[in-house]
Design a binder for this molecule. Structure first.
Ligand SMILES: C[S@@+](CC[C@H](N)C(=O)[O-])C[C@H]1O[C@@H](n2cnc3c(N)ncnc32)[C@H](O)[C@@H]1O
Length: 296
């Protein structure tokens, strides 16, 4: 049972993680030294989550205060359409984070494999934003090198644009293009793992996992103040990070607690497998490379 003075209804704590059942607005002020937040808050009342509400204007400063200098927030959001217009709420939230002192480090796109609500008056909505914000300069940057290079093994060559607009070929003798280059900032991530239906709005484990790899180091502390079914927590444990999760709904809290308790640090072999290119874009490019090579 919680003490009367404690702002949570339940807390599960181990050496690797702490999970809170309660309102993140009450619990965030008790947290500090967070290295990375990966979260997808409820947005635009697209889903009511059993009637629980939250106030962005109050929560955003608390998230900012909980971060260490160089800490990063990955804010996974989209907008609903009201009276024929997209709300733009996600963009307003990002501008507010910037007013609070955060940098907008990268505006990234999570491209889904399929469409939720087919539209008849506009192109099918297939993505969510993944805003990467940082408190100062990000302290951990481990960009993923898993995009197959079309020109792998060949001499690096490009062109330089001259002042008069003409192009001069540039060849860097001796430098061969690597097999893999740094990933682009649009991630097409299939969402087909078991467990995705445990909660109405999970994001893929690969999304959390790849952001955790990109913006944190071993033993860092990750936070998800809108934990849902605990996807960020599972990724954190598999990667050897520590995790703090907050969820207001007891049913989702129980699902998250079970998933995170069952998660284990990945073996080197599992980690190597997890590092393989797994987004559709990389797959398409691989096929294109194979086709080109077969023609040579
Ligand atoms: C979009 S879902 C997160 C899903 C999660 N990323 C996953 O993969 O399972 C947002 C969650 O925030 C929870 N929530 C809503 N208001 C909250 C609050 N004030 N404090 C903590 N959690 C809240 C909802 O119950 C819901 O589970």
């Amino acid at each position: 049972m919680p003490k009367l003075s404690e702002p949570w209804q339940e807390k599960i704590e181990t050496e690797r993680y702490a999970l809170y059942l309660g309102d993140c607005l009450d619990i965030l002020p008790t947290l500090e030294s967070i290295h990375l937040v990966i979260t997808s808050p409820p947005y635009d009342n697209l889903r009511t989550y059993n009637g629980y509400l939250w106030d962005f204007e109050k929560v955003a400063p608390q998230i900012f205060c909980s971060l260490v200098e160089g800490g990063v927030v990955v804010w996974v959001v989209g907008d609903s359409t009201v009276n024929g217009s997209e709300t733009g709420t996600s963009m307003r939230q990002v501008l507010r984070f910037m007013e609070l002192g955060m940098r907008l480090h990268d505006t990234m796109i999570y491209e889904k494999a399929s469409v939720n609500f087919p539209e008849t008056t506009r192109y099918y909505q297939i993505f969510e934003f993944m805003y990467v914000l940082s408190k100062g300069s990000p302290r951990a940057i481990n960009l993923l090198h898993d995009r197959p290079n079309l020109w792998a093994g060949q001499k690096v060559h490009s062109t330089v644009r001259n002042a008069d607009g003409s192009l001069t070929p540039k060849v860097c003798i001796g430098n061969l293009t690597d097999e893999f280059g740094i990933r682009y900032n649009i991630w097409r991530i299939p969402h087909n793992l078991p467990g995705r239906h445990l909660h109405p709005a999970t994001f893929p484990e690969a999304l959390a996992f790849d952001h955790a790899r990109s913006w944190s180091n071993n033993e860092d502390t990750l936070l998800d103040p809108f934990m849902g079914s605990g996807t960020t927590g599972v990724a954190a444990i598999k990667l050897g990070r520590k995790f703090i999760g907050i969820e207001i709904d007891p049913t989702y809290f129980a699902i998250a607690a079970k998933r995170i308790a069952e998660a284990r640090l990945e073996t080197p072999a599992e980690r190597a497998l997890a590092s393989l290119p797994r987004d559709g874009t990389a797959g398409d490019l691989k096929r294109l490379i194979a086709k080109r090579r077969s023609k040579r």
